[in-house]
Design a protein around this ligand. Structure first.
Ligand code: GN1
Ligand code: MG
Length: 353
């Protein structure tokens, strides 16, 4: 693998022996490395083209976003990929697709939200991103992953795994399967959203987990990263994934499920941070679905992890045999914890403070 990285870096003018490479980050889909020269640091990524079948669509979206921000003068920074000498922002070497980013100086990422300030800052950055791009013609953006957050499709895929998946696994996790089926009302609600013209399609990030925000040394948000899934979408995708990953003091990897809880003050921080940019943008009906966002995404993620477990881990992979089962159980527990707080949290929106 190291050989290939070297071939890729050569296209950007790097000479062997003048840099070091180390693996970096916690993403499940792409492989990421840090490249260090004596003076500079870069992020080199191999795009998983089993999942993103046309990586050029991602590069084209980033170009369009970049151009829009430049033209409108919006105060929205993001780290665009570096171009090769002949102007390419994605390169193909052997079977792989690669790209290189500058490492934003004095920035860091976090994996678990520890303070409400971090949650507020991250939510604010994602709100700012969508708001800054509100004038773009949404239909110009490519769909990099068709039906990515289509909950109806995810539910159908789950049902398909119940008939075509690993029979031993299906049998062993019957209780979890039944629990997830009992929450299918969340899918029906999504059906209503798709049919409602008051739900707007906007530039949506679709992966707003905390590790996709860069922070400075004082924990101010600098910008959002990982623009692979930026596509037209509903705000519930972005707000929901914030709830999924900021409300709980432990991550989706945690197997001590008793540690899973929903921290109310982090919910308020998400609302305030996101609405600091998006309050005027959201229609009254969308505002009413703020709490639903969390159920929507946490449920979808539980379904996706369990579906993958039943399909022998073909999508997410697994570092140990029951890895995706642990993740699915974790997310189902989080969903339960969130639903327990529905009456306390659902009335709260920045409009009400
Ligand atoms: C994947 O690769 P990563 O970690 O950025 C997934 C997200 C999930 C996430 C769960 C393209 O994101 O939808 O929320 O794992 N991305 C894709 O950790 O499937
Ligand atoms: Mg991602």
């Amino acid at each position: 693998m190291r050989e290939v990285w070297a071939d890729v870096l050569a296209l950007y003018g790097f000479k062997s022996g003048e840099y070091t490479i180390e693996s970096y980050g916690s993403g499940l889909i792409n492989s990421t490395c840090l490249v260090k020269t004596g003076t500079e640091v870069y992020v080199l990524q191999r795009i998983n083209n089993h999942i993103f079948s046309n990586p050029y669509l991602i590069a084209d979206n980033i170009d369009k976003i970049s151009e829009h921000i430049r033209k409108t003068g919006a105060d929205c920074f993001f780290a665009a990929p570096i171009q090769t000498g002949d102007g390419r922002s994605v390169v193909r070497v052997e079977q792989g697709y690669y790209r290189l980013f500058p490492f934003v100086k004095s920035s860091h990422t976090i994996d678990v939200v520890q303070t409400t300030r971090q949650a507020y800052e991250a939510a604010r950055q994602f709100g700012k991103f969508t708001k800054s791009l509100s004038g773009i013609d949404i239909h110009r953006l490519n769909i990099t992953l068709p039906a990515f957050h289509d909950l109806s499709l995810r539910y159908r895929q789950f049902l398909e795994a119940l008939s075509g998946g690993n029979p031993d696994r299906i049998c062993a996790v019957n209780a979890l399967i039944e629990e997830l089926k009992s929450y299918a009302g969340i899918v029906e609600e999504y059906g209503k959203i798709k049919d409602n013209p008051d739900f707007k399609l906007r530039v949506t990030h679709h992966d707003t987990k905390i590790s996709n925000v860069l922070f400075d040394e004082e924990d101010n948000g600098i910008c959002v990263i990982d623009l692979d899934t930026v596509m037209p979408g509903y705000f519930i995708s972005d707000v929901g994934d914030m709830m999924r990953t900021y409300l709980c003091p432990v991550s989706e990897e945690e197997s001590a499920y008793e540690k899973i809880e929903v921290r109310e003050e982090f919910y308020f921080a998400i609302v305030q941070g996101y609405e600091s940019y998006m309050k005027e943008e959201l229609t009254p009906i969308e505002q009413q679905y703020f709490f639903y966002s969390g159920k929507f995404i946490i449920y979808m993620q539980a379904l996706r992890f369990l579906t993958d477990y039943l399909n022998n881990d073909v999508y997410y992979g697994a570092r140990y045999p029951d890895h995706n089962l642990v993740r699915a159980t974790n997310q189902t527990t989080l969903l339960r914890r969130l639903m327990e707080k529905e009456s306390v949290l659902s009335g709260f929106s920045a409009a009400a403070v």
